[in-house]
Design a protein around this ligand. Structure first.
Ligand SMILES: *Cc1c(COP(=O)(O)O)cnc(C)c1O
Length: 227
């Protein structure tokens, strides 16, 4: 079975080794398989191997995949930029949204979450390196938005997400990740549900785990280059 998806084993090993190298508890870090621009049959194969959580960045593409894979119990995460007019479908179809960056979006997602579904799991996206073109709230606004996020009945605040500037040198990237860990520690006392720091992609799994990530979002290292 395992040679159908050798990169899955390799990625799980990378995570396990990084967790143990920095002395963290085994199982402290979850893997989100980022399947945007990847074929549906690969998602099915990876799910068969035991992977449950998948991340998508483009709504239309994700809806097609969800329909095709509706026989599987996949935990779907939305990780891309969100235009207001897309929020309803996202609230209806996803289990997690990692790219929430405004009070307006919190309000819409909560109101649009269907009655009868569990609250939508939310991560606030922080623009940790203050990049002009990148989405996310400034670090200084994290606490206030987290407090607001907890007041919405349709939502469950689970933590924070960031995409540090890949253009920074390794030391700068490490500093940004440590800053994220500090922000995360700062909001954790607000609720027992706040348990997720989504940090790290294919190239920086190890740095992110050392800094304190609890969820790495891995695309190319798992699936190969995107189409
Ligand atoms: C595409 C994407 C990833 C995965 O990146 P890889 O380098 O392919 O692992 C992770 N997080 C977000 C938000 C993404 O858009």
């Amino acid at each position: 079975m395992s040679d159908i998806f050798p990169t899955f084993q390799t990625t799980l090993e990378r995570i396990k080794l990084a967790v143990s190298n920095c002395g963290r508890t085994p199982g402290a870090v979850r893997l989100l398989a980022v399947s945007k621009k990847q074929p549906i049959d690969k998602i099915r194969q990876l799910h068969t191997q035991g992977q449950q959580a998948f991340g998508e960045s483009y709504l239309q593409e994700a809806l097609v995949k969800m329909a095709e894979l509706s026989d599987l119990s996949i935990e779907w995460h939305f990780i891309g930029p969100i235009q207001s007019n897309k929020s309803r479908k996202i609230a209806e179809h996803f289990d997690w949204v990692q790219s929430v960056d405004s009070i307006k979006l919190l309000r819409r997602l909560s109101a649009q979450r269907p009655v009868g579904k569990p609250p939508l799991n939310i991560l606030l996206q922080v623009n940790i390196d203050e990049e002009a073109q990148k989405r996310g709230i400034p670090a200084a606004e994290t606490r206030v938005l987290a407090e607001q996020a907890m007041t919405f009945p349709g939502l469950k605040l689970r933590g924070l997400m960031a995409i540090p500037d890949p253009g920074n040198d390794p030391q700068g990237q490490r500093r940004s990740m440590e800053k994220m860990a500090g922000l995360f520690a700062g909001i954790q006392p607000l609720s027992e549900h706040i348990d997720t720091l989504s940090l790290g992609m294919s190239a920086d799994i190890e740095t992110a785990i050392t800094a304190g990530s609890t969820m790495v979002r891995v695309g190319t290292a798992l699936f190969g280059p995107r189409n």
